[in-house]
Write a protein that binds this ligand. Structure first.
Ligand code: HEM
Length: 717
């Protein structure tokens, strides 16, 4: 009876604030709430400083978030802090409003009928508390993409723009009363299992390989992800202060404690007693700053537009360019050009400070994370410069800007073509490619596929959980091979190579070519619940002052990140994908092997609690694809949005961004194999399908000269 009354009341008030006793005075609420936060912070900072002081003994560990200061990024430190601060204030204001509106109601029964957060939809933060820059005026006839992704969609000019909020497939599942902010909890309200213990029990290193797929597949996957997504991590007001070092659970920190659980053999392999974890910074859900649950910011453009090569702003791009001939800056060497070296004496994202092996700068600040990533990023810059020179030779009157933009357009088209023609079919299989219309067309056919109602933004679920499936494909050892594909130097392990560029400078041991050839030969690790210990035991390993190793665990971070972002559990996404629902552990055992389900059962209170990342990587796979059905669906959807929502998609028939018919037919000849051939020194042979083993039928090594190449005649004006 009471519930019926409540529902009647709710529909009468149309679940918004306008029908209450007057609209709330948001300016006053924001001003007061911000002042309260500042006062609280002053207190907390003092406490934290005291704690950090007493913690100093173990202080020399490497903090990968603070070592990632977006040094070239267009987002100033102040910008990211401001978005976080205003959005956090918005969350507090939202909680106060909802508490006063629904005071006395049983929130659980209310939530079962209607989402109380709907009431916030008509409320926006006052302008001075809305940190996003106002929409820009777009030049409709401008034929090139903007660097920051704005003006791709002319109706929603910020869709896909760097520095704006992710979108979501499903409402956020936070654990506080109104599901606004606190990390996801179990369905009965208790804490979810400790991520590090889960990793120890579920994800130890087991060498299951995909024998017909090469490790190059993993590397392209990481490159694609660095093109479309980058999280912004909460920072403290004081940039020098690493806020989560003390491993205390606060509103910004979600530490993962390392317990002495005896069933967990690997838990104690870490000499420290917690893995620090900083929450991603908070954001409003849109650029109008509508009040609602905590959202997060994508610092990258959503589009597959080479933003990891070119940067995401004019300023950033200018720093990367030579300023003549349409070229990007490089360190010229007779053993092949390298990316420019950082100008800083001790770059913060580098662990080898020797002047002769300085870490690099590129369009994405994660460039120095590992040598294989650096090698592929270098390859893309070499390709850009090669294309710019080809264009300049044929069009001597073109100035730097036209040469640069045209070369950029060709490189982006190649990235899109290789991803949709070679990468996604291996990942998703023919059926999913067809279901989401992902395959490129053939010949010179242009496509009328751009749909401005398609929202191209990357989803939060993809960035925080689903897109991370690739971590399971990473190998423990990376071969280095000579031009005959024989061992040229000792293979390397990631633990010794994170944030160190020396292998690329070392031409005696084969430089970046030897690493790329290794990627073309080493088999890929299968997408499953097994992860290399290079990621779970030795991620970003350093030694503290007591010479004890300190390191992170990427699989545990992924689980925690999903919770931090309020990503719903695995079973919810099965239903979202219209797959057979999972209500019980027995149901689950139909799609994930029963032995694994039993381990889940011993950790999670209910099947509904299983984290999306954990469930998604362990699903059984159908023949001909690398991932299970839930990942196929989520990845298919994400890549569909990136294609149909991109006004500058390389196959488009829409002017002014379209290629000529002749140019498009040439672009469609592109392959990763030829890209590698053209830009790797001393590599006369490559297999035609670079993601497939050269031992597979019909894919033996061939002379580079036999692979189809682009005819630049179509670019002569
Ligand atoms: C050696 C290889 C790799 C390393 C060391 C690595 C490391 C990392 C790290 C440290 C993060 C940030 C985690 C966090 O704080 O939440 C991350 C995020 C991510 N990784 Fe990887 N990764 C690798 C390869 C890959 C691959 C192959 C893929 C996919 C095919 C991938 C997809 C992602 C995605 C989607 C994110 C979220 C990105 C964001 O929005 O910031 N990674 N990775």
């Amino acid at each position: 009876m009471r519930l019926l009354l409540l529902i009647a009341l709710l529909s009468a008030s149309a679940l918004d604030f306008s029908s209450c006793s007057g609209a709330p005075d948001l300016t006053t609420m924001f001003t007061e709430t911000l002042a309260e936060t500042h006062a609280l912070h002053a207190n907390l900072n003092n406490r934290a400083k005291r704690n950090i002081h007493s913690y100093n003994e173990n202080d020399s560990k490497y903090n990968y978030h603070s070592a990632n200061p977006h040094s070239l990024s267009p987002f100033s430190y102040e910008d990211t802090v401001r978005i976080d601060e205003y959005a956090t204030t918005g969350l507090k204001v939202a909680a106060k409003l909802l508490s006063s509106k629904f005071n006395g109601y049983n929130i659980r029964s209310l939530q079962a009928k209607q989402d109380p957060r709907e009431a916030l939809k008509t409320l926006q933060a006052p302008e001075k508390f809305c940190p996003f820059k106002k929409p820009v005026t777009c030049q409709i006839e401008f034929p090139y993409r903007s660097f920051d992704g704005s003006c791709n969609n002319l109706n929603n000019t910020w869709w896909g723009k760097a520095g704006t909020p992710f979108k979501r497939w499903l409402p956020a599942d936070y654990s506080d009363q109104f599901k606004l902010n606190e990390p996801r909890a179990a369905s009965d309200g208790s804490e979810l299992p400790n991520p590090r213990e889960l990793v120890c029990a579920l994800m130890p290193d087991r060498h299951e390989i995909e024998s017909s797929v090469t490790h190059m597949f993993m590397q392209w996957g990481q490159l694609v992800n660095h093109d479309i997504t980058s999280l912004s991590i909460t920072r403290e007001d004081d940039p020098d202060q690493s806020i989560c070092k003390t491993c205390t659970r606060t509103h910004k920190c979600l530490p993962m404690m390392i317990t002495s659980n005896t069933t967990c053999n690997c838990a104690k392999t870490m000499k420290h007693d917690c893995i620090e974890f900083t929450r991603s910074s908070a954001s409003f859900g849109d650029v109008a700053c509508t009040l609602g649950p905590r959202e997060q910011v994508n610092m990258q453009t959503a589009f597959l537009d080479g933003s990891h090569v070119y940067g995401v702003s004019v300023e950033e791009n200018t720093k990367l360019r030579q300023g003549s001939g349409g070229l990007l800056r490089v360190q010229s060497r007779n053993t092949g050009d390298l990316l420019p070296a950082s100008k800083q004496e001790r770059p913060s994202d580098c662990l080898d400070f020797r002047p002769e092996t300085k870490c690099f700068v590129a369009g994405d600040d994660r460039i120095n994370q590992n040598p294989a990533l650096m090698s592929m990023q270098t390859l893309m810059v070499r390709e850009h410069n090669r294309v710019a020179r080809e264009l300049a030779r044929r069009n001597p009157t073109w100035l730097d800007e036209v040469l640069f933009q045209e070369a950029r357009r060709v490189v982006i088209a190649q990235i899109q073509h290789i991803t949709y023609n070679e990468y996604l079919p291996v990942l998703l299989g023919a059926e999913t490619m067809k279901l989401f219309s992902l395959s490129p067309a053939e010949g010179s056919k242009k496509l009328h596929l751009y749909d401005p109602t398609f929202d191209p933004r990357v989803t939060n679920e993809y960035a925080a959980s689903a897109g991370r499936f690739g971590h399971s494909m990473v190998r423990t050892d990376y071969s280095r091979l000579d031009s005959n594909y024989e061992s040229s130097a000792k293979s390397f392990m990631l633990r010794n190579s994170y944030f160190r560029a020396n292998d690329l400078y070392n031409s005696v041991e084969g430089g970046l070519e030897s690493i790329l050839r290794g990627l073309l030969v080493d088999p890929l690790m299968a997408v499953d619940r097994w992860f290399s210990t290079e990621l779970t035991q030795h991620l970003f390993e350093t030694k503290n002052r007591l010479k004890q190793p300190f390191h992170f665990d990427l699989a545990a971070i992924n689980i925690n990140r999903g919770r931090d972002h309020g990503i719903s559990g695995y079973t919810v996404f099965r239903e979202f994908c219209e797959l057979e629902p999972v209500k019980t552990w027995e149901d689950m055992a139909k799609f994930i092997d029963p032995e694994t389900v039993n381990v889940y059962r011993s950790f999670y209170g209910a099947p509904q609690d299983l984290d999306l990342f954990v469930g998604a990587v362990s699903e059984k796979k159908a023949e001909g694809r690398l991932v299970g059905p839930t990942l196929s669906c989520l990845l298919g959807l994400q890549f569909q949005g990136l294609k149909f929502g991109d006004r500058f998609w390389y196959e488009t028939d829409e002017g002014p961004a379209d290629f000529t018919f002749g140019q498009l037919a040439e672009i469609r000849k592109s392959s990763l194999a030829k890209l590698l051939c053209r830009n790797m020194v001393d590599t006369p042979k490559v297999q035609p399908m670079a993601f497939i083993s050269s031992k597979s039928n019909g894919n033996s090594l061939v002379d580079c000269s036999t692979l189809p190449d682009i005819d630049w005649g179509f670019w002569t004006v």
